[in-house]
Design a protein around this ligand. Structure first.
Ligand code: PRX
Length: 644
């Protein structure tokens, strides 16, 4: 695929993509391997909503991500796996190895009764088998639903039930920093309430003791190595479902965002190549023929349990034939120099991480950076939350040594791929600005009433007015929810849930969510989800949760909790509430602050005025706005005085 190499070309391509989107995307899609060409490029309607790309096109994404490369780069590295334990030897997986492993797992899944369209839950830590498993599903047309292995048994069960998964792929345990994590026992607990699951395929990773349920549990190492390493790829329609990924919304339980095969393939590869600008002429050479100094190695530090891991660890880089690092560990183990050490060790050229990690490592001081050269780096990336200017500058100066462009990539689980970002070294960048839309993306800002805000130097709610290939198709099992969440707030527009500023040059800066979704360390968590977990505690009468600015996490969780006046020991109650949230969602949703209150600021119709709670949590009580519509305005004073 030809990549954009100048700002002029970006402008020309952008113009073309807006004037004639179908021709624009047809040209790009033509670069892939299709078994049957599509008959129509696009059909869409944002009211239903219904979006279809590359209609009637038939192909398999794994043939594009793997088989297509075998003729010229069978020996090229697809992944280098760096273990949590730095003394563990890295694993190198070539494209040929990847092919063989994926086929073996695909054949195993078939032998366990998995067919096209069946849902497969993958609940695994960051080991190569997790990516192999995703691709194995895609190979046979099964739908993967990866659940981040930090979620609790109860959160896992909810996701399995929602999409009636037939099988769970998991491990015995996991290593995370200095901790040994239990995985299989959580699956066992979850499956007590998941009758749809018939089999569990367990990869022995930590070799910790596990319970085996006869007839249900199968040990990976007993079956996968014996399976055939060829497996014909299932012929998939462009609009067949590729995967479901659960994410938090502003109301209710997490929803299963559905992505389909064709558009997702085209868009993740296109954005990977253009945003990161890996040298495709080099990466198309077999590894042996590459000049050593020019080998490029991408490292996205996300977990495969999130969309970033799906699009820019698994699919995008493989579709582009690139080499990537897959990292099992955490940034601070064995110390806060681990990222930088791994970059030097493997000669990483393109590094993509989250602002929360940058801030956490910045806080540890430069002594952890100084021992490393970091001289192989060419491009830095940021994703998941707004990057504040200070963190941007620290990253630029100390990691990029002021020579690496930084791409601040804005996108969402629902968008499938990057929508707003600079193209590394090709289009201008500006600290804390995602900058310009990718070709094909038509952003607009609207006011509260949905009127478009024209011109520059303006701020509003970010919407997109035209479909792009990798956009959400539906929310699994509940199409109306998709319509309500994204297409009903502003008629005829996809609403992102984000606030945004457009500066004097037309550059976009995402300012954060304007709905009841929080972004904690780059993880998306709904206030409603945390509230419902807190409310499960027997002593809790009611709760309200808001996000507040947090130096490292970007946002922290602040919970206001009403308990009966008879509950005296508030400190132990706080610990119990945290334990409850851990149990119901997982440690990522643990409240940072819990304030015990006797009432919440509610309107006469019973709606909690979160605006007031947000201000209190932020510590900005100078102007709480109009409180006269509250049922009991005196509750506000009590809350302000009791702030922690
Ligand atoms: O608020 C935006 C923020 O993360 C949200 C999407 O979260 P999720 O679906 O979990 O996907 C995260 C990884 C793509 C967005 O609505 N967000 C993501 N990237 C940025 C960002 N906010 C500001 N700048 C970004 N670069």
């Amino acid at each position: 695929m030809k990549t954009i190499t100048s700002f002029e070309q970006y402008k020309a391509d952008y113009k073309k993509s807006i004037e004639d989107p179908e021709t624009f995307w047809t040209d790009i899609a033509n670069d892939f391997l299709w078994k049957q060409k599509w008959t129509k490029t696009l059909e869409w309607n944002f009211d239903s909503p219904e979006v279809k790309w590359f209609i009637d096109g038939k192909f398999n994404i794994t043939e594009n991500a793997i088989d297509r490369h075998l003729a010229t780069k069978a020996d090229k590295t697809a992944f280098i796996w760096e273990a949590n334990d730095e003394n563990h030897l890295p694993r190198k997986i070539t494209y040929q190895n990847l092919h063989d492993e994926v086929c073996k797992i695909a054949n195993t899944l078939k032998s366990l009764g998995i067919n096209k369209g069946d849902r497969v839950c993958i609940y695994m830590p960051m080991i190569p088998e997790a990516v192999f498993a995703m691709l194995a599903c895609a190979r046979i047309g099964a739908v993967h639903s990866v659940v981040f292995a930090g979620f609790s048994a109860s959160a896992l069960a909810g996701r399995i039930q929602d999409s009636d998964c037939k099988i769970v792929l998991t491990t015995d345990g996991a290593y995370r920093g200095a901790k040994d994590i239990v995985i299989k026992a959580l699956v066992d607990e979850a499956l007590e309430i998941c009758p749809s699951v018939q089999k569990v395929l367990v990869y022995k990773h930590t070799h910790s003791a596990i319970n085996i349920i006869e007839g249900r549990d199968v040990i990976w190492q007993d079956v996968v190595p014996n399976a055939l390493s060829v497996c014909e790829a299932e012929l998939m329609d462009s609009e067949d479902v590729l995967f479901i990924l659960y994410t938090s919304g502003s109301t209710g339980k997490p929803k299963g965002v559905v992505h389909t095969c064709g558009g997702y393939m085209v868009y993740t590869c296109y954005t990977f190549q253009n945003v990161f600008q890996m040298d495709s002429s080099v990466s198309s050479l077999p590894e042996g023929e590459m000049p050593k100094a020019e080998r490029e190695l991408f490292w996205c530090t996300a977990d495969v349990g999130w969309i970033t891991g799906h699009s820019y660890i698994a699919y995008g880089p493989l579709l582009a034939g690139a080499s990537s690092i897959l990292f099992e560990g955490v940034p601070t183990f064995p110390d806060a120099g681990r990222f930088w050490k791994v970059i030097d060790k493997h000669k990483v050229t393109h590094f993509y991480t989250a602002p929360t990690a940058i801030r956490a490592l910045e806080a540890q001081g430069l002594d952890f950076v100084k021992p490393y050269k970091l001289d192989t780096l060419k491009v830095l990336g940021s994703v998941g939350e707004p990057i504040n200017e200070e963190a941007w500058q620290w990253y630029h100066k100390n990691i990029g040594k002021e020579k690496c462009p930084i791409v601040d990539t804005w996108w969402q689980t629902e968008t499938g791929g990057i929508l707003i970002s600079s193209l590394a070294g090709v289009t201008p960048s500006k600290p804390s600005f995602a900058t310009l839309p990718m070709p094909g993306i038509q952003p607009l800002l609207v006011d509260e009433k949905g009127n478009e805000i024209l011109g520059n130097n303006v701020e509003g709610n970010l919407c997109i007015k035209f479909p792009w290939p990798s956009m959400i198709r539906t929310t699994y099992g509940d199409h109306n929810r998709c319509k309500q969440e994204y297409f009903s707030t502003y008629k005829g527009l996809y609403f992102t849930g984000d606030g945004c500023r457009r500066d004097e040059n037309g550059f976009y800066r995402i300012t954060g969510r304007v709905d009841d979704v929080m972004n904690i360390s780059g993880h998306r968590i709904g206030t409603a989800e945390v509230e419902s977990a807190i409310n499960m505690h027997i002593d809790v009468v009611e709760s309200a949760v808001v996000g507040y600015p947090h130096d490292i996490k970007g946002q922290g969780i602040y919970a206001f909790v009403i308990v009966p006046s008879t509950t005296k020991n508030h400190d132990s109650l706080r610990q119990e509430i945290i334990a409850e949230v851990n149990k119901i969602i997982g440690p990522i949703a643990k409240p940072d602050k819990i304030q015990i209150v006797t009432g919440l600021p509610k309107t006469r119709s019973g709606k909690i005025m979160r605006r007031i709670l947000r201000k209190v949590a932020e510590g900005d009580v100078s102007d709480l706005g109009d409180t006269s519509t509250l049922l009991d305005p005196s509750v506000v004073d009590e809350i302000v005085n009791g702030k922690i």
